[in-house]
Design a protein around this ligand. Structure first.
Ligand code: ADP
Ligand code: 5GP
Length: 217
């Protein structure tokens, strides 16, 4: 066989496998659907996968750790960072500010890690509109509205009033589903985790848009 053809094929295989930078995975869905549970389970099971820790002005729930679940900051601090353009996206959800710190996400992606953002539909829309790179947008659905309500109630982290406010947003959130790339129904947690891993694996096997074009002779 012609050696130069062998070399040519090997070059293509090398390029296909070359991951120049990580991808940005956006996970949205109603409060209480199980986004946090799902992501926490999948993270240690996959290599090169990092979770972005958001910043918020909401109060920590019992057991939540600063720097792990969120960076809990004052409204003044949040707004000053926002004015410095320190967020990849930022939104108000039920009266509290939430935002994704930009430098961490970009550093991790540059280091070849896929980064997960667990953010609401407003934040996802901003990422879609403003982020220069392709993102993978995943929407998590509950098996039913009744089960969603039950999960929020059983979590026992919010008052009845706040649970009602969160449930009141669900119809508007679910209406955004058609503009996402994938959906996962979080019925069986094990099945939902498998679905999330399958999406990440398939996306990692995509022929990268940024791969150099083949030489023409
Ligand atoms: P989110 O991050 O979307 O607000 P959580 O991850 O906090 O939701 O999950 C809400 C509640 O539902 C938690 O108490 C969690 O243990 C529970 N939960 C999550 N996934 C499932 C599931 N597949 N089946 C039953 N309960 C679940
Ligand atoms: P919670 O108060 O339950 O932790 O979060 C409330 C909502 O805010 C959830 O839908 C969650 O995904 C979203 N959220 C968390 N962090 C961010 C963020 O950095 N940006 C945006 N836009 N939403 C976020």
């Amino acid at each position: 066989m012609d050696l130069s053809i062998d070399n040519h094929i090997d070059n293509h295989i090398r390029r296909a496998k070359q991951i120049e930078q990580g991808s940005l995975l956006v996970i949205s869905g109603p409060s209480g659907v199980g986004k946090g549970t799902l992501v926490k389970q999948v993270l240690p099971q996959m290599e090169n996968l990092t979770l972005s820790v958001s910043m918020t002005t909401r109060s920590p729930r019992p057991g939540e750790v600063h720097g792990e679940n969120y960076f809990f900051v004052s409204e003044e601090e949040f707004l000053s960072l926002k004015a410095e353009n320190a967020f990849l996206e930022a939104a108000v959800y039920n009266g509290n500010h939430y935002g994704t710190p930009k430098p961490f996400v970009l550093e991790q992606m540059q280091a070849g890690h896929d980064v997960i953002l667990e953010i609401d539909v407003q934040g996802a829309a901003q990422v879609r509109a403003n982020f220069d790179y392709k993102t993978i947008q995943i929407f998590v659905l509950p098996p039913s509205h009744a089960e969603l309500k039950a999960r929020l109630e059983n979590r026992r982290t919010e008052t009845v009033e706040i649970i009602d406010q969160r449930l009141a947003r669900v119809a508007k959130e679910v209406a955004e589903l058609p503009i996402y790339d994938y959906y996962i129904i979080n019925d069986s947690l094990e099945r939902a985790c498998d679905d999330l891993k399958a999406i990440i694996r398939a996306e990692r096997l995509r022929v990268r848009a940024q791969a150099p074009l083949p030489e023409t002779r």
